[in-house]
Design a binder for this molecule. Sequence first.
Ligand code: GLU
Length: 464
Amino acid sequence: MIRTRFAPSPTGFLHIGGARTALFSWAFARHHGGQFILRIEDTDVVRSTPEAVQAILDGMQWLGLTHDEGPFYQMQRMDRYREVIQTMLAAGTAYPCYTTPDELERMREAQRASGLKPRYDGTWRPEPGKTLPTPPAGALPVVRFRNPLDGVVAWDDLVKGRIEIANAELDDLVIARADGTPTYNFCVVVDDWEMGITHVIRGDDHVNNTPRQINILAALGAQVPLYAHLSMILGDDGQKLSKRHGAVSVMQYDDEGYLPEAVLNYLARLGWSHGDEEVFSMSQFCAWFDLDHITPSAAQFNTEKLNWLNAHYLKQADNERLAALVQPRLAARGVTVSASPSLAAICGLYKERVSNLNELTDAAEVFYIDLHPKAEILAQHLTPEALPALADFVAGIREVDWEVAAISALIKTCIGKHGLKMPKLAMPLRVLLTGQAQTPSVDALLALFPRELVLKRLAAAVPD
Ligand code: GLU
């Protein structure tokens, strides 16, 4: 049974890199009919906040990355970590160390001065035949992991290939602080072990932790999971992705009017490919997803492509769903939606022309507000030759069936009578109805409005 996990530290929002890690871990579990576990790594009590936990849960929910187990909170598992530390002390795979922070600092300075890599010197490390110093009275020790001295620790990274580190490079990691709290790498190890994680899929900023984690797992007699370290995501400009690049929080994409399926489809292609496929659903993605097709090189963000995907998914989206997404955006602007014109119908007509929900909201807003088109735009389109045709059109409104074909016929009659080309009448209609010169086809636009509202908006130009 495949078991993967997403293990964010709640020190900020769910960012794009984290969301991609979560997506790949989720899809790998889904592909194999396995389990996806959510674990909140909240042991950094200074930087972790409940708001950040909520932001992560909201982001995961918005994306629809559902977990099968959890969320587990590391702060609620402290007793268990302490127990494991006790077993390791008893087994001799960990030991108390009384070296003080001052002594450590002096040790490191001396090592640096002689051109050595700073590391713990093993003073308190038990060895066969070695006599340990006497613990200072009343001092509280840290607990260190007894890292193997020789050999290499190696793993076949499922993205990066084989990685080998000499144990001589690793000193004895502190696994519990003097106050007894377990340290970061240790909690990860205990959790990956006890949660039965088979595949650790995470960012490659954790590659340096992996050899230490593998050694501790081995000391615990635990099955070592397989590791897949994902390369980082660069911004459009090739620099490390940061706030400078605009939206980096997943929920900010929601604010900016992206649909979750567009963001997911976009993220899926950040460092993974399936032939030339660019547009696919999450069920398709889960069916295809494997770790073999993750590229080891960094992926580059491409906002244009994301915008293109968003426009694509907007066109596909059901009108009622779009209306439900646009309605709260209108409400946030203080605009109340009425039953007529129908918001779903407006969304249906405009979704072909917008690239995000905020643009769709802009388009819908003019239908529900007390519209005052700019004098300048009116002057440009309400030409003397247009006015008589417009007056005829207004006069005909009550006579026709209020639907696209009949409205279209009325427009044709009016321009025909005055020998005008279509835009001569269509443009004034557009600007009077919406304040904008660019709209979907004018007969369809007119049909969205209730007849009375059209009369009201045109009355401004054509008095009775
Ligand atoms: N909590 C770590 C982070 O947010 C991830 C740890 C892991 O995946 O092993 O970067």
